[in-house]
Design a protein around this ligand. Structure first.
Ligand code: BES
Ligand code: MN
Ligand code: ZN
Length: 495
């Protein structure tokens, strides 16, 4: 879907659907007032008769409203003004977007960002409305064609604003492109989206943009580097592993790059520590860390942000086999540290540790890894926040702020030394599991041993990266948070 700006008198604008907002207690926004007046007070009357609800996220679709050029008017509720905030604004816009997608419309004109409330200015509301409408419009079509009686995605959404807001809508379009890429990679089935497929995707990006260089490390190359932890995970699979390194130089040549590292397990069976059937059905989504890193990278590159970024994707499949890692095996990671693999299902940290060690050579400004790493993260935070662990307060705060601003939130967990002892092993420098308690934190502790000397943050997206047990699929998160952070770095808002 294309996003654009258009400043038009709402009542005379010919569009399949015009989208306006109402609150329970505030004045009408300009477009809402214009529609109300031109229709002889129709909105006012229907609010009074409760045919229109102004509650948060409630939508009313009106057909052929007298005096209005648009074929339909979609009225979106934003609730009580005092309670309206970034998060509830986003939720209501998403609900509007779902209605738009589920009706046979090819285009629409959106005015909901005219609804004013404290704390979020027009530019912010415009960007968020555009992102939410776009997000709601996503429909997976790679292996299932559009159905005759099913949803019809929009091709174009225009937003009521003048040309001075072009930079905002451009940024929204760039972020939207990153989200789409991440969602598509997450949703693709694991028989199609293999490590080699991820390599192809990276090649496409490198081909499209001159500012991007690509390096692919195959298993031989990784063996030479001593990446035995990563290779151990891949050993049971017939699909070879790859370390994919995408480099973007948008900043000056001396500028240290932001390093993004993604867990790209294209399918996580658990390995010999086999998952139960129930726990395995959704494990194609274990690629979502790498998918979101690739998405945010694409956002950054397509917007030409003035920042240097290196994306390192650890792409592998975790399968049981006669050649697979066994519980009890000890592997030497690239850093030289040895790991007793007590559970082959704790494979994410094994691929990440070698990817993180590899990242050191780029002398990064910061390194941020993204992974669907632990079920424990979901127990702790549910599906609304990504889990954040970091050894650097400034970086952690910048990431939290980025997530808050773009409504793709994270919540920080501690990285206290107290937890480290849970990884002690009599047979190696560490073991790869830390027991039941604090599972997200001990996974972070494991990774922290590979990031000493770097400013590092870890985002556990096990709960946020896809809609669990819903027929909705990948969310693309945290493309928004990462993109917003990269913008902050590019714009000099954070260092
Ligand atoms: N990919 C999973 C984490 C996961 C589990 C994400 C469920 C989303 C939903 C990861 O590789 C894993 O299996 N983690 C184990 C670690 C445990 C063995 C220490 C887990 O969380 O159960
Ligand atoms: Mn696993
Ligand atoms: Zn996994």
């Amino acid at each position: 879907m294309k996003l654009c700006l258009k400043s038009a008198p709402p009542e005379t604008f010919a569009t399949p659907c015009i989208v306006v907002g109402v609150t329970e207690d505030g004045p009408f926004a300009p477009a809402t007032a214009a529609i109300d007046q031109a229709s002889g007070g129709a909105i006012t009357r229907m609010l009074a008769s409760k045919d229109i609800s102004a509650a948060t996220g409630k939508t009313t679709l009106l057909y052929a409203l007298q005096g209005i050029a648009a074929e339909r008017v979609l009225v979106v509720g934003f609730g009580k003004l005092k309670k309206l905030n970034g998060s509830s604004f986003d939720r209501a816009c998403l609900a509007a977007g779902k209605v738009l997608r589920n009706h046979p419309l090819k285009s629409c004109h959106v005015c909901v960002h005219e609804v004013e409330f404290e704390g979020c200015d027009f530019s912010w509301r415009l960007r968020q409305a555009a992102l939410a409408i776009h997000r709601a419009n996503y429909l997976y079509t790679a292996t299932k064609k559009l159905q005759d009686d099913g949803p019809v995605p929009l091709e174009l959404a225009s937003f009521q604003a003048d040309g001075t807001y072009q930079p905002q809508i451009d940024r929204a379009s760039g972020i939207a492109r990153g989200y789409d890429k991440a969602r598509e990679l997450g949703d693709l089935p694991p028989n199609i989206c293999t490590p080699a497929y991820l390599v192809q995707e990276a090649r496409e990006i490198a081909r499209e943009f001159d500012s991007v260089a690509l390096e692919i490390l195959d298993e031989d190359e990784m063996a030479r580097l001593g990446m035995n932890a990563l290779l151990g995970v891949s050993r049971g699979s017939t699909n070879p592993a790859y370390l994919i390194v995408l480099k973007y130089s948008g900043g000056s040549s001396g500028q240290q790059p932001v390093l993004l590292v993604g867990k790209g397990i294209t399918f996580d069976s658990g390995g010999l520590s086999l998952k139960s059937p129930d726990n395995m059905t959704q494990m194609k989504y274990d690629i979502c860390g790498a998918a979101s890193v690739m998405g945010a990278f694409l956002t950054c590159v397509s917007l030409g942000l003035k920042v240097n970024v290196v994306a390192v994707l650890a792409a592998a499949e975790n399968m049981p086999d006669g050649n697979a890692l066994r519980p009890g095996d000890v592997v030497a990671s690239m850093s030289g540290k040895t790991i007793e693999v007590l559970n082959t299902d704790a494979e994410g940290r094994l691929v990440l540790c070698d990817a993180l060690t590899y990242s050191e050579r780029f002398k990064p400004l910061v390194v941020i890894d993204v992974a669907t790493l632990t079920g424990a993260c979901v127990v702790a935070l549910g599906h609304h926040a990504s889990g954040l662990i970091s050894n650097d307060d400034a970086l952690a705060n910048a990431l939290l702020a980025a997530g808050e601003d773009i409504v793709d939130r994270a919540w920080r967990m501690p990285l206290w030394d107290d937890y480290q002892a849970q990884l002690d092993s009599p047979f190696a420098d560490m073991q790869n599991i830390g027991g039941m308690s604090g599972g997200m934190i001990t996974a972070g502790c494991f990774l922290s041993r590979y990031t000493e000397g770097m400013r590092w943050a870890h985002l556990d997206t096990a709960g946020s990266a896809w809609k669990w047990n819903e027929k909705e699929g990948a969310t693309g998160r945290p493309v928004g948070l990462l993109s917003r952070y990269l913008m902050a770095v590019a714009d000099g808002e954070t260092s």
